[in-house]
Design a protein around this ligand. Structure first.
Ligand code: AP5
Length: 217
């Protein structure tokens, strides 16, 4: 399989958890638009200031803002041989922009991995999530706690809940996924991009094993 891949699914499906590991195993960068936006917020850039209010409310940020951050990231040399995109595209307009980036409007990716889980599982996972304030490693106080409470195993920095993991923002994010993002999968089907769907329920290791098998990786 070629190495321009997408991971797709609702908030809490495990995209970040599995994408980090899969990208490392495949030797390609993990490019997550949520992380690019949070970095921009942390750096206090103009794009970050604009994105922050949307993210806190659980709304998608405007297409042109995220498209330009992504184009900048994919232009870096480490993405020349491929990448695993996480969190993009999330609207039909972003999917069209990705086609342009991939090759003059007719480009395709080599594979789309779609993670699926019931809504009550998504909500419980998000409620328990904490994220490293420095390296963005992801933990969960119910399912995957760090060795020392509140401290990142990987880099020792403090863990914190994301600003958009509040209950009202989570509900809005799930609604945004249903109303704007799920249609993107239909578009991929219409374009005949190769899609593999994997149930993201069960232990993390078990889900990852299913992913590797489904991707033939
Ligand atoms: P983003 O950061 O992309 O968030 P998301 O899509 O809402 O997804 P999450 O990060 O919540 O979930 P995930 O699927 O990565 O799950 P995770 O692995 O962390 O986007 C955030 C915001 O940025 C958006 O709302 C929007 O405002 C903006 N944005 C980003 N991209 C955009 C775009 N393209 N256009 C416009 N706006 C954009 O897992 C969740 C938890 O569950 C963790 O605690 C994990 O440890 C745990 N877990 C995972 N798998 C398992 C398992 N099998 N068993 C038990 N626990 C598990």
């Amino acid at each position: 399989m070629g190495k321009r891949l997408l991971i797709f699914g609702p908030p809490g499906a495990g995209k970040g958890t599995h994408a980090k590991r899969l990208a490392a195993d495949l030797g390609i960068p993990h490019v997550a638009t949520g992380e690019l936006l949070r970095q921009a917020i942390g750096q206090g850039t103009e794009a970050g200031r604009r994105a922050d209010e949307y993210i806190r409310r659980g709304e998608l940020v405007p297409d042109e803002l995220v498209e330009s951050l992504l184009a900048e990231r994919l232009a870096r040399s480490d993405a020349r041989e491929g990448y695993l995109l996480d969190g993009f595209p999330r609207t039909v307009s972003q999917a069209r922009a990705l086609q342009e980036l991939l090759g003059h409007g007719a480009g395709r990716v080599d594979g789309v991995l779609c993670l699926e889980a019931p809504e009550e599982t998504l909500v419980k996972r998000i409620a328990g999530r904490t994220t490293c304030t420095r390296c963005q490693a992801v933990y969960n106080r119910f399912f995957h706690p760090p060795q020392e409470a509140g401290v990142c195993d990987a880099c020792g920095a403090a863990l914190a809940a994301r600003t958009d993991d509040r209950e009202d923002a989570v509900r809005r994010r799930l609604a945004e996924y249903r109303s704007k993002t799920s249609a993107v999968l239909e578009l991929f089907r219409g374009l005949r991009w190769p899609i593999v769907s994997v149930a993201s329920t069960g232990e993390v290791g078990e889900v990852y094993g299913r992913i590797r098998a489904a991707m033939g990786a």
